[in-house]
Design a protein around this ligand. Structure first.
Ligand code: WT7
Length: 659
């Protein structure tokens, strides 16, 4: 049974006929050159997934010791490359040092104020080894968790790689999260050390990070023993003696020699928190061998990376996209990964195009929300720069509307670059449904077909496949190497969230993604959006419950119900209905205060667009708030559906009047 879905998203209204086949010269030079080649790979993987993955694992990665079983699948728990021994940082660094790539740029970094730095594989390796030794000196041992709360500076990648080098799972927390959100995550992960910076540059402002860490540690997170601080902004901060250390002090004395720890394929690599429809964010656990292989292969085939490419993914390392497609996938391939600290901002709205021109970026991967923002700003910005180096474009994070797709294709891609619309999730570790750019004809709004090895389907709530072009639940029917292994410290929640919603089909459990989709007669998937109470605001995932708990933690709030409303640029915006405690009354000041309260509880990405004060909320007889009607009211739509489920339907009319 699919629990909380009340969204009317299962019927798609999108009918898109335009088809864009890859250009012949692109296909001829691509890793996967034709639809036929893709189909062959797909069939091979489908008929014998274990041999398919084992061959690639053998060819593409370094193993200290080979596995003795490819897949051990005891639903919902999977083990890939059982007893294989491997190290992620070894595959991302050491193995390139014995080739010409030793002196190739691994990371090209550009800071928001315009400073920049390039690290070759050799240099990155030294820095990672040094920092790995620093972590060891701070008492971090194999298996200990390390929190990383950083701006987009090379040290973020260095810290991540250093953790994987010594076998300490990292938990990166996006720098835009507040002290409260940081504390919750550090506590759940029981982090021993936190790596942070004094602050970061973001949107022409200096944002504090270290002071947020201080607040988080004052209010809990007692497992944290040491804090390592990078000096980025040079703002004033307090350093607690015996707890806080400067990165540069420790790093300069550290030895650049540190052997990569021999890790088991199934040792945890990292934990990354993401929002669900209920409760607190979940710690998604990824392990080593399978994740390394899957991010490696998807990076290679989807971004079609060549040795002289400059590849740029605009995500932040605080999200899974940054983990898989800024750091691990590209570096495992020996690619040049560009890291940019800035985002489009008042002082330079066209900064992305400056970076493309400055570094001659060839492959560019961003989010639909960014594209929509660029459409608003006008074509003049990109047209004033030389974007001719671009040869491939990608999008991720939310459905892309055809208008934005076409604009991206025309204005940024000069009508010559294929666009890969990549569907995946924090949980999947890597891209699951996507075009392969030299092979798959693309269509605006479709993520097209599953990556080889991925058995995706659209089913009804009983697990039965639905006919072509009919909406249903998107599921994955066979384990894949980079699937999440569990929810940290909560295997029950893992089972309940992903494996229970759809019943087994022919004795086979299926992974429930939480999205609705339809598949057309060509086998193309059209993702329609979440079917649970998870919102997608500018590509960021936020749970209704999280936002509601943040609101009710304010003394004025009695009850809160939060829904998503369509938004031109953000895709979805946050709309909150709030009832107040007796001695409080609605006012503009209180409205502002509540928005600010949510920002301090979660972070700026969670600031509600609208808070509507209400006298009462629509409830069922059992007291459950009916979000379906609230969604319609927030979107200013007619109220459709059976109002008799609501105890007092007049509540709905009152809410409407006030919109
Ligand atoms: C949710 C996962 C995966 C990296 C970024 C987001 C939505 C993601 C697409 C796409 C339509 C998409 C889904 C998914 N989503 N990519 N190409 N087309 N929707 O990771 O924060 O875990 O969010 O993002 O709803 O479930 P995430």
């Amino acid at each position: 049974m699919v629990a909380s879905s009340e969204k009317n998203t299962v019927e798609s209204i999108l009918h898109e006929d335009r088809v864009f086949p890859p250009a012949a010269d692109f296909s001829n030079n691509a890793h996967i050159k034709s639809l036929q080649d893709y189909e062959q790979l797909y069939e091979k993987a489908k008929s014998d997934p274990e041999t398919f993955w084992a061959e690639l694992a053998e060819q593409e990665l370094h193993w200290f010791q080979k596995w003795d079983q490819v897949l051990d699948w005891k639903p919902p728990f999977a083990k890939w490359f059982v007893n294989g021994k491997i190290n992620m940082s070894y595959n991302c660094l050491d193995r390139h040092l014995t080739t010409w790539r030793r002196n190739k740029a691994a990371i090209i970094w550009e800071g928001e104020p315009g400073d920049s730095r390039t690290l070759t594989y050799g240099e990155l390796h030294r820095e990672v080894c040094q920092f790995a030794n620093v972590l060891k000196d701070m008492g971090v041992e194999k298996g200990d968790r390390v929190g990383i709360y950083m701006p987009m500076v090379p040290e973020a990648a260095i810290a991540m790689l250093a953790c994987t080098r010594i076998g300490a799972p990292h938990s990166v927390v996006f720098g835009g999260f507040s002290a409260e959100a940081l504390r919750d995550r550090l506590e759940d992960a029981e982090a021993k050390v936190v790596v942070t910076a004094d602050g970061g540059f973001r949107k022409d402002k200096i944002v504090p990070l270290k002071s947020e860490v201080d607040k988080a540690l004052e209010n809990g997170a007692s497992s944290v023993q040491k804090v390592i601080v990078i000096q980025r902004t040079k703002q004033d901060i307090t350093m607690v003696s015996g707890r806080d250390y400067w990165w540069h002090d420790l790093q300069k004395d550290a030895s650049p020699k540190c052997d990569a720890e021999v890790m088991d394929s199934e040792d945890p690599l990292f934990i990354l928190y993401t929002s669900g429809s209920t409760g607190k964010p979940k710690g998604v656990v990824h392990t080593t061998g399978g994740y390394n292989l899957y991010t490696h292969m998807t990076t290679k085939w989807i971004f079609d990376l060549k040795d002289n490419d400059v590849y740029w993914c605009t995500a932040d390392v605080g999200w899974i996209t940054g983990h898989s497609y800024i750091v691990y996938g590209p570096l495992s391939n020996g690619a040049t990964s560009l890291m940019y600290e800035g985002v489009p901002r008042p002082s330079n709205p066209g900064c992305f195009w400056d970076v493309v021109e400055k570094y001659g970026v060839n492959v560019f991967y961003t989010a639909p929300t960014a594209i929509r923002a660029f459409i608003k700003m006008g074509e003049e910005l990109p047209q004033a720069r030389d974007l001719s180096s671009l040869r491939l474009l990608g999008t991720v994070g939310e459905p892309i509307n055809p208008e934005a797709w076409i604009w991206y294709h025309r204005v940024i891609g000069g009508e010559k670059c294929p666009i890969v619309d990549t569907w995946w999730q924090t949980e999947t570790g890597g891209v699951m449904i996507t075009p392969l750019p030299g092979a798959t004809p693309t269509q605006p709004g479709s993520a097209t077909r599953p990556f080889p090895g991925i058995i995706a389907d659209v089913v009804d709530q009983n697990g039965n496949a639905v006919p072509d072009n009919t909406g249903g639940y998107l599921v994955i029917k066979h384990p894949w190497p980079s699937m999440l292994r569990t929810v940290y410290n909560n295997p029950e929640r893992f089972q309940k969230t992903y494996w229970d919603p759809i019943p087994e089909v022919e004795g086979k459990p299926v992974y429930f993604a939480g999205d609705s989709a339809r598949r057309d007669e060509k086998g193309y998937f059209w993702i329609m959006g979440r079917v649970d109470d998870v919102m997608n605001v500018s590509g960021h995932r936020l749970g209704s419950m999280e936002l509601e708990s943040a609101l009710v933690s304010h003394p004025a709030v009695a009850e809160a119900s939060v829904v998503g409303v369509p938004h031109e640029i953000k895709g979805e915006d946050i709309y909150a209905f709030v009832t107040l405690e007796d001695h409080y009354s609605p006012s503009n000041e209180l409205n502002k205060e509540l928005k600010q309260h949510v920002v301090s509880e979660i972070g700026a990405i969670a600031r509600p667009g609208t808070i509507q004060f209400a006298e009462a909320l629509p409830k069922t007889r059992s007291g459950k708030i009916v979000r379906r009607f609230l969604r319609q009211i927030a979107a200013d739509q007619d109220i459709v559906g059976d109002k008799s489920t609501v105890v007092d339907p007049s509540v709905l009319d009152k809410l409407r009047e006030k919109v």
